[in-house]
Unconditional design. Structure first.
Length: 308
C-alpha cells in the first residue's frame, strides 16, 4: 500500500490552497477600493450589528469589507476539512501497519491555525484604524499560510516521510533557498510601498512616513536581483543536467518574475490604476507559489517501507 495521501485528501488540501490565495486577493481588493474600514468595528461590522446596516456612512464599502469577512467562514470550513482529512489518512496508515506520517499531520493544521490567526490580526487591523504595520502584517501572514499550505499539498503527494534525496548539488539548493528569501523580501517591501501610497485601505488611514517613490525603486531593484538569481539557477540546472522537472519549475519562475516586472513598471508609470495594482497583487501570490516550488522540485523521497 502507498503512503501517498488519497486523491480526495489531496483535493481538500488543494481547495485550501486556492482559498488562501483567494483571501489574499480579496484582502487586497478591500484595500484597493478604500474599504478597509467599511466595517468600522470588530467582531461586529457596525456597533450593535454583525452585518452591515443601512444607516452606516460607509456606503458600498461596507459590503466589500463584509464580503471579505464572510470568506473567513469558508476558510474555516475548508481548514477543518483539512484537519479531518489529515487525521483520517493517519488512521488508514496505522491500520495498514505503515508509518503514521506525523509531519504531514502537523502540516494539516496550518490552514486552521493560519485562518484563526488571520481573523485575530484582522480585528487588530480594524481596531487600530488600519495601522500600516498591522495591515502589512495581515498580508504577510497570508503569504506564510499560503506557503505552508503549498508544502502540505506537496508532502501529501509524497510516498512517506523517508529522508530526502536531492537531485542537485548543495550550491544549487542554497541558491533555491536564497530565491525564496529574496521573493519574501520583494513582497515585504511591496506591502510597505502600498502602506505609504494612495492604496492604504482608506482615505483617512495612516501611512508609513516613507517616500513611496524611493520605496518603489528599492522594490524594483530587488526584482532585478531576483531575476538575475533565477536566470543563474536555470543556467546551473542546465549545466548540471538536473531533472527536467527542476528546469521546468525554474523557467516558470522566470516567466512570473518578468510578468510581474512588466506589470509593476506599467502601474508605476500610469499612476497606480486599481485594476493593474490588483493584477500585480494576484501576480505576487502566484510568484510566491512559483518560488516555493523551486526547493520542492529539487528533491525526492525514497520508497516507503512497511514497519515491522
Amino acid at each position: 500500500m502507498s503512503a501517498v495521501a488519497p486523491r480526495i485528501v489531496r483535493r481538500i488540501y488543494l481547495a485550501n490552497l486556492v482559498a488562501q490565495l483567494a483571501i489574499f486577493l480579496s484582502g487586497s481588493l478591500v484595500r484597493l477600493t478604500g474599504s478597509g474600514l467599511g466595517c468600522p468595528s470588530w467582531p461586529q461590522c457596525f456597533p450593535g450589528s454583525y452585518v452591515p446596516v443601512p444607516e452606516q456612512p460607509q456606503a458600498w464599502h461596507k459590503y466589500i469589507e463584509f464580503s471579505n469577512r464572510m470568506l473567513t467562514f469558508v476558510l474555516v470550513a475548508l481548514a477543518l476539512a483539512a484537519l479531518w482529512a489529515g487525521i483520517k489518512h493517519r488512521k488508514v496508515l496505522v491500520q495498514a501497519d505503515l508509518p503514521a506520517r506525523p509531519q504531514l499531520l502537523a502540516l494539516s493544521t496550518v490552514p486552521f491555525i493560519g485562518t484563526v490567526a488571520q481573523a485575530v490580526l484582522g480585528g487588530i487591523t480594524v481596531r487600530t484604524h488600519l495601522n500600516p504595520a498591522a495591515v502589512a502584517a495581515h498580508l504577510l501572514l497570508s503569504v506564510v499560510v499560503v506557503g505552508g499550505t503549498l508544502v502540505l499539498l506537496a508532502r501529501a503527494a509524497e510516498d512517506g516521510d523517508n529522508p530526502v534525496t536531492y537531485s542537485v548539488g548543495v550550491g544549487i539548493r542554497r541558491l533555491g533557498q536564497v530565491l525564496v528569501v529574496v521573493v519574501a523580501a520583494v513582497i515585504t517591501v511591496g506591502t510597505v510601498v502600498t502602506g505609504s501610497g494612495p492604496h492604504a485601505g482608506d482615505a483617512s488611514a495612516p501611512r508609513f512616513r516613507l517616500n513611496p517613490s524611493t520605496l518603489s525603486w528599492i522594490h524594483a531593484d530587488l526584482v532585478m536581483v531576483l531575476c538575475v538569481l533565477a536566470v543563474a539557477l536555470t543556467v546551473l540546472l542546465v549545466l548540471s543536467k538536473a531533472p527536467r522537472r527542476c528546469l521546468r519549475v525554474s523557467l516558470e519562475l522566470i516567466f512570473m518574475i518578468v510578468l510581474q516586472a512588466v506589470i509593476g513598471f506599467t502601474q508605476y508609470f500610469t499612476g497606480l490604476p486599481e485594476a493593474l495594482v490588483a493584477i500585480h497583487v494576484l501576480g505576487a501570490s502566484v510568484l510566491w507559489v512559483a518560488v516555493i516550488r523551486i526547493p520542492l522540485s529539487l528533491r525526492t523521497r525514497g520508497a516507503l517501507t512497511p514497519t515491522s
